[in-house]
Design a protein around this ligand. Structure first.
Ligand code: GAL
Length: 702
């Protein structure tokens, strides 16, 4: 019998019988929300757009099991067969994301509670608690029924377990959750004394004498301050509780249907850290991600950043973009549409970062319900629309990339790794910190952008991974560094690594206990600086400094370190130049230390992107890190290469709002919004120049 607890090997969904492998293309499909007469039109248009896969039944529990124990698979059988005989595969959901009314009426004890003890009632979705034994039983019964019914279905190519775990039910404060949290604490700390030490309960008389005294971080009165050690562990626990629920669902299906690969859609994007996916990835056969664009000037950079982190989480194996929007979403206060060209450009940027499958939310735009204004591949306007036209063009482009050999290539390793750490974000978002304005997640993105401004596309790497194998690495406000992680940092630089560390790094250990002796306590020897205090900046009180100038013509905002000494091996690159009354005048701001065979730059404050770009330019020069030849700040360049046949595909994206001229050193495989020049439309020689227009891209095979 298969060992279901063993670490999982990478498994990718295989094409339908008789089909060639290609980049999977499709979207969430909700046929049960439409009359069956519409289905034939769906199939016709899916074929027109070259759709090869759809995710089905994600929110279909009430339709599949209309009454307890009564299953109706008829409609689902019909649509899966109709799709399959037309060459469209099914990524089949377990349908467990949204429990039906009969279940929650009979068992209101499965509903989750907020920190005030209020019940989350049905009316939307994900109104269930991950730790409820009752809910688990019902969900696993459905998983088993689905697996039994579809185990031999030739059109099902993957199992989509549940959906976006924790999107709405991440924090549950129910009694079930409390019991599970007590058990989680027991498993982690073994003795109550160890837990007391970890949470620093000597402070404010919070000592516990037994694990039964562990309560959830519920409402403590507004304006009061929760124990930060407890909060950090609560976030770890919530991530683990959801993961355990996922494993239970996957295992229930796998016992019956072991042959098809399993996934669940993560929510990896720069602003979101609801689960520590670097601990989840070993439980899926392939990583899937849902990514929704950030409107405005960070759009492309944030997307590339998040896709790079997804590739890092996937250990550089191919991954699946399970959801993205063709245009606007419906859940922001203002739902900006995508600009012309962005639908195709965005999808191809995910491919550049290693996605071998591109899916959208959703196929046909809803007429009713909470998501009727969310864009879809087939919009309200119908097939005669710009969106559907772009969807068809993208289908052709993805096919072309597959036919030209893109599959079996992988993103080429960058020169620079930017470290991302879920736990540092979780700890820095708590209250009672030096400033509520300083959090971890903003910094890796800022560094990705500043590096791109210097012509370098970085890899975003989770802290547990191989960032220390890169020529250079960035620790951007990595607030939590365990003793072991600090040792890795030390070893990396000692052995010749080039490290960039920014302020608010190495402050606390994994229990959020401060490293003593001056900041950044755990690695101050490596960076060669010692800071005694933070100097936060803001404008909430008249007369406080909101910016402090640096001698290199830039300025600091939000937070700066009061560096009081530097090592003899450290060189000061820039200092503060400020009114004497601020106490910052002449204090070192940016330094480079020689440590072992390597160098560690320290940037002791927060800066805007333009100022960081400028500061970084000088640091890159001093540390001997060069941008790849021919790179430009105006173009985001990502390459995918094959170890087997040496094929290299360069993906080039315009980062600006103006045309950018590039020199083409190969054959253009696909492109969107490019200008070949009036005289040279027929020219395909190497070295010719073309313009990439705003929101445009080109993929060139060298
Ligand atoms: C995701 C979800 C989808 C859809 C989408 C809209 O969070 O998985 O079902 O709601 O958002 O953006």
């Amino acid at each position: 019998m298969t060992d279901l607890t063993a670490p999982r090997k990478f498994r990718w969904p295989q094409p339908l019988h008789g089909e060639k492998p290609r980049i999977w293309y499709g979207g969430d499909y909700n046929p049960d929300q439409w009359p069956e007469e519409v289905w034939d039109d769906d199939i016709r248009l899916m074929k027109k757009a070259k759709i090869s896969v759809v995710s089905v039944a994600i929110f279909s529990w009430a339709k599949i099991e209309p009454r307890e124990g009564v299953f109706d698979f008829g409609w689902l059988d019909r649509i899966i067969a109709k799709l399959g005989t037309n060459g469209i595969a099914t990524d089949l959901a377990t349908a467990t994301a949204s429990p039906p009314m009969w279940l929650t009426q009979a068992h209101p004890e499965v509903l989750w509670k907020d920190e005030y003890g209020n019940t989350c009632w049905p009316g939307a979705r994900q109104h269930w608690r991950p730790t409820s034994p009752v809910f688990r039983e019902y969900a696993l019964t459905l998983c088993r029924a689905m697996a039994e019914h579809y185990k031999d279905n030739p059109y099902v190519i993957a199992w989509h377990i549940n959906n976006e775990y924790g999107c709405h039910n991440r924090f549950d404060y129910s009694d079930d959750a409390e019991r599970a949290f007590q058990q989680w604490c027991k498993n982690r700390y073994h003795t109550i004394d160890a837990l007391n030490t970890a949470w620093g309960t000597a402070f404010w008389a919070q000592q516990m004498t037994d694990f039964s005294e562990v309560i959830l971080p519920k409402f403590i009165g507004s304006g009061n301050f929760m124990n930060p050690g407890k909060l950090l562990d609560f976030k770890r626990f919530c991530s683990d509780a959801l993961k355990e629920f996922y494993i239970a669902e996957r295992t229930a299906v796998e016992r019956i249907c072991p042959d098809k690969p399993f996934t669940t859609n993560f929510m990896i994007s720069a602003p979101q850290q609801l689960a520590d996916y670097s601990t989840w990835r070993d439980e899926v056969d392939f990583v899937s991600n849902d990514h929704y664009f950030t409107p405005g000037q960070a759009h492309l950079d944030e997307l590339a950043y998040s896709a790079s982190l997804t590739s890092g989480i996937a250990r550089k194996n191919p991954w699946w973009l399970m959801e993205n929007s063709p245009s606007s979403v419906n859940w922001r206060p203002i739902n900006y549409r995508k600009e012309s060209g962005e639908l195709i450009r965005d999808a191809v940027a995910h491919v550049a970062m290693g996605a071998d499958a591109i899916n959208f939310f959703q196929w046909r735009q809803s007429r009713s319900g909470a998501e009727k204004f969310h864009s879809a591949m087939l919009p309200h306007a119908g097939e005669n629309s710009q969106i559907f036209h772009d969807i068809c063009k993208l289908g052709e482009d993805l096919d072309k990339l597959s036919n030209e050999g893109l599959l079996n290539t992988h993103p080429v390793k960058a020169k620079v790794a930017v470290v991302f750490d879920y736990e540092s974000e979780w700890a820095t978002e708590h209250t009672t910190t030096p400033t509520q304005q300083a959090r971890h997640w903003t910094e890796p993105l800022l560094w990705f952008r500043a590096l791109a401004d210097n012509g370098i596309t970085a890899d975003i790497i989770p802290i547990r991974d191989d960032w220390d194998t890169y020529e250079a690495a960035v620790l951007p406000s990595v607030y939590i560094l365990s003793a072991q992680a600090s040792q890795r940092v030390r070893g990396y630089v000692e052995n010749g690594g080039k490290l960039f560390v920014t302020c608010y790094s190495g402050i606390s250990d994994e229990c959020d206990h401060i490293w003593l002796g001056g900041y950044p306590g755990s690695i101050s020897d490596v960076v060669g600086v010692r800071s005694e205090e933070f100097s936060p900046m803001g404008s909430d009180f008249p007369g406080t400094p909101s910016r402090i100038d640096l001698s290199n013509g830039t300025s600091a905002h939000t937070i700066a370190d009061v560096i009081t000494s530097t090592a003899d091996t450290a060189q000061i690159v820039a200092s503060y130049e400020s009114e004497p009354w601020t106490g910052m005048d002449g204090i070192p701001a940016v330094t480079i230390n020689t440590f072992g065979d390597g160098k560690a730059a320290y940037i002791g404050c927060r800066m805007d992107q333009t100022d960081l770009t400028k500061t970084l330019k000088a640091l890159l020069e001093k540390m001997g890190i060069t941008a790849p030849e021919g790179s430009s700040k105006d173009i985001l360049k990502i390459s995918r290469a094959s170890e087997e046949n040496g094929a290299i595909f360069d993906f080039l994206f315009n980062r600006t709002h103006s045309p950018v001229t590039i020199s083409v050193n190969g054959e253009i495989v696909i492109a969107s919004r490019i200008d070949l020049g009036e005289d040279d439309a027929a020219d395909n020689s190497v070295g010719r120049t073309i313009d990439i227009l705003p929101n445009g891209m080109a993929v060139i095979r060298r």
